[in-house]
Write a protein that binds this ligand. Structure first.
Ligand SMILES: NC(=O)c1ccc[n+]([C@@H]2O[C@H](COP(=O)([O-])OP(=O)(O)OC[C@H]3O[C@@H](n4cnc5c(N)ncnc54)[C@H](OP(=O)(O)O)[C@@H]3O)[C@@H](O)[C@H]2O)c1
Length: 305
């Protein structure tokens, strides 16, 4: 029989736990369970949870700044994920990614996606060469024309680099719904492997034409801004998770938001950004277990109105 004193101590401990801010567990994620999706142009299967690096990886290369990101990288790779999305315009993010992959000796496990944001062939080429140096690699898995800047010139360059084996896949990106028609216009004229687009519970325009077009034409998709730069998670901070969340095997709001996106079969990889290893583990768990059906997806969207 537990004593009365033991009971009081235990109750006090539980109360203290309930009062402290809840943090997702850092417990490791089984890499074999992570959802994978097919890249249509090659048939290669790729883990559906990726990692964005805008702002979060733009830190100095000093040990103190790299420490939490080292934890993010190890959690990401040990959890079986591979695709890291970066860009020359993300400050130090490419160099930080390259340094962390070298430190953790995991270059060969990563799928490196970067971008070109330059005008003219010479500047585009110089940017790709700088990306190769910063990422400490001889080949890039994916290079995307960033925000449709000088698209035709840069896609012509990327096709040459693909033919030379320097780049494995090519694509285009944008982060605004107002650019979805422009993305579709490029897709109508160019054969691409990937399109990166914005899509979340509050930005659902991609469901109408862009995602169905990619599914019908065999184009892989990367989804950016899944948390609207974190704003969606601030909106529900401290709010208990609805009881129906269990039907999707989600136990955090972040997992619900990512599962909403992954439930669309036209989505290949979603790329949330984080500088926190616990959030990284949390996000990976969205790639495990059931996904919401149409009715549950609407309930998730409702929770953010
Ligand atoms: N035009 C383009 O090509 C384009 C444009 C926009 C974005 N992107 C790509 O898409 C990536 C993602 O978009 P984003 O960086 O704008 O924003 P996002 O992924 O929607 O949100 C990132 C924010 O969410 C927070 N967060 C992440 N996981 C969390 C969790 N489990 N629980 C609580 N908070 C969490 C992070 O906080 P902490 O910082 O505290 O970890 C971070 O501030 C970018 O990094 C970039 O690679 C591309």
């Amino acid at each position: 029989m537990p004593s009365r004193r033991h009971f009081i101590q235990r109750s006090a401990a539980l109360l203290a736990l309930a009062a402290s801010p809840w943090m997702p567990s850092l417990a490791s994620v089984d890499p074999n369970q992570l959802l994978k999706r097919r890249i249509p142009s090659s048939g290669e299967r790729i883990p559906a949870i990726g990692l964005g690096t805008s702002r979060t990886f733009d830190v100095s290369l000093a040990d103190d700044s790299l420490k939490p990101l080292d934890g993010v990288m190890r959690t990401f790779i040990n959890g079986g994920a591979t695709l890291i999305d970066t860009a020359p315009s993300y400050g130090n993010s490419e160099a930080v990614t390259g340094t962390l992959l070298k430190r953790t000796n995991t270059h060969e496990k990563a799928f490196l996606a970067t971008k070109i944001s330059a005008t003219g062939r010479t500047r585009g080429m110089a940017q790709v060469e700088a990306s190769l140096r910063a990422l400490q690699t001889d080949t890039l898995d994916l290079v995307q024309v960033h925000n449709l800047q000088d698209t035709r010139t840069q896609l012509a360059l990327l096709r040459e680099l693909k033919a030379q084996g320097k780049v494995r896949y090519i694509g285009i990106t944008h982060y605004l719904e107002s650019a979805h028609d422009d993305l579709l216009e490029v897709l109508a004229h160019e054969q691409l492997d990937f399109v990166q687009l914005n899509y979340s519970v509050v930005e659902r325009n991609a469901e109408k034409r862009l995602l169905p077009y990619c599914a019908d034409h065999g184009i892989a998709t990367l989804v950016n801004r899944p948390f609207l730069r974190g704003q969606l998670l601030s909106h529900v901070k401290g709010k208990p998770l609805p009881s129906w969340a269990i039907e999707t095997d989600a136990n955090t709001w972040a997992q619900l938001l990512l599962k909403f996106i992954l439930a669309n079969p036209a989505v290949t990889v979603v790329i949330p950004a984080t500088s926190n290893p616990r959030y990284m583990a949390d996000n990976l768990r969205a790639g495990i277990g059931r996904l919401p059906d149409a009715a549950l997806r609407e309930k998730i969207a409702q929770a953010f109105r």
